[in-house]
Design a protein around this ligand. Structure first.
Ligand SMILES: [Zn+2]
Length: 349
């Protein structure tokens, strides 16, 4: 295992795109030539996101007006995330790849706002999905996520590395090619900030980790969806979405870089198992949102406990839950599906 892990960790190549952006190839096995140059004639890269502060809500808002021009649902054969071939010059110069992460051409961060946005492709196969990746590819994605988390957290303009995936046109994914995104924020965004504040309060009052307590309690309860030796997947007691699952280590682990390769692979397999259960809910692939809550780059790391969160607004085969005024204006979520019943359904799929 360790010899393999050492070899695999070298299967990483960083090169530059035509406009100076960095692209990093993460290969399932070493020995690939990833030096194919980007032959496009691109304008210079100039991220123009602006960070503003909403004083009434006490929260940051990112203004990225240039994103209005980004690629939206391109025709088949013009996918910017497929490998380059013939006259089709995409964001990935190579004729094939396993996993790549590159700076987003239409970023929500960077420039005056600070931070950085990356796009991370899980496979070169346009019609694939995270849920159907083979184990060796899951391991490569996990290695890429840990690499990006550690590397981006070292930047002085980054306070929080947020990994996420929007899957499906129904929830606003503009490209169908299987990919996730990385937002390396210059601040800790509001949701993880609130979660960390709750964890800190619990730590102060009880002297132990809140998530450790929740995972132990859920492990003995009716909402377990799937589990392994080191990790638990469960529907939270107060789920906000029709189907919502947290995947967390049973032991206190702050972030992906803190897991060894074997544990990380175990987590990736359980995470993919959860996504397969989501896809089995309905006849068509389920649109979902998935994100990883990790420890901030420098602050509050002792209160943080790594977890992934997956949820879908698809409440029946043909009905979406829309976030309306109660949720967006009042911050009050109303869930039409009993979390215990959602857990039973996901567990049995
Ligand atoms: Zn594609």
């Amino acid at each position: 295992m360790s010899a393999h892990a050492v070899t695999a960790s070298t299967a990483r190549t960083s090169v530059r795109l035509a406009d100076g952006r960095e692209i990093i190839y993460f290969d399932d096995a070493p020995g690939q030539d990833r030096s194919t140059p980007d032959r496009r004639d691109l304008p210079p890269y100039a991220p123009a996101a602006e960070l503003r502060y909403d004083v009434l809500h006490g929260e940051e808002v990112l203004v990225a007006a240039h994103r209005q021009n980004r690629t939206y649902q391109p025709a088949p054969g013009e996918c910017p995330l497929c490998p380059s071939h013939g006259d089709h010059l995409s964001e990935i110069p190579a004729a094939d790849y396993d996993v790549v992460s590159f700076e987003n051409r239409f970023p929500s961060l960077g420039g005056p706002a600070g931070g950085r946005c990356e796009v991370l492709c899980f496979t070169s196969y346009h019609d694939g999905s995270f849920a159907t990746l083979p184990p060796e590819r899951l391991a490569t994605v996990g290695r890429a996520w840990a690499d990006r988390t550690a590397a981006l957290a070292k930047r002085p303009d980054v306070e929080y590395v947020f990994l996420f995936e929007n899957r499906g046109a129904a929830i606003g994914a503009t490209l169908p090619h299987p990919h996730g995104q990385i937002y390396a924020f210059p601040y800790v965004p509001p949701t993880p900030r609130r979660m960390l504040a709750a964890a800190e309060r619990f730590l102060e009052e009880h002297g132990r980790c809140l998530m450790c307590e929740v995972v132990a309690r859920e492990a003995a309860g009716p909402r377990v969806v799937a589990e392994t030796d080191g990790f638990l997947a469960y529907v939270p007691e107060a789920a906000r979405w029709p189907y919502e699952v947290y995947v967390a280590p049973r032991a206190c682990v702050p972030d992906l870089p803190a897991l060894d390769a074997a544990r990380r692979d175990e987590l990736m397999r359980l995470y993919a198992d959860v996504l397969r259960r989501f896809d089995a809910l309905y006849e068509h692939p389920t649109p979902y949102m998935a994100c990883w809550y990790q420890a901030p780059a420098r602050t509050k790391r002792d209160a943080a406990h790594l977890c992934a969160r997956v949820y879908t607004p698809q409440r029946t085969a043909d009905k979406l839950k829309f976030l309306a005024t109660s949720e967006t204006g009042g911050g009050a979520y109303i869930n039409d599906v009993l979390p215990d019943a959602a857990a039973a359904r996901l567990r049995d799929l």
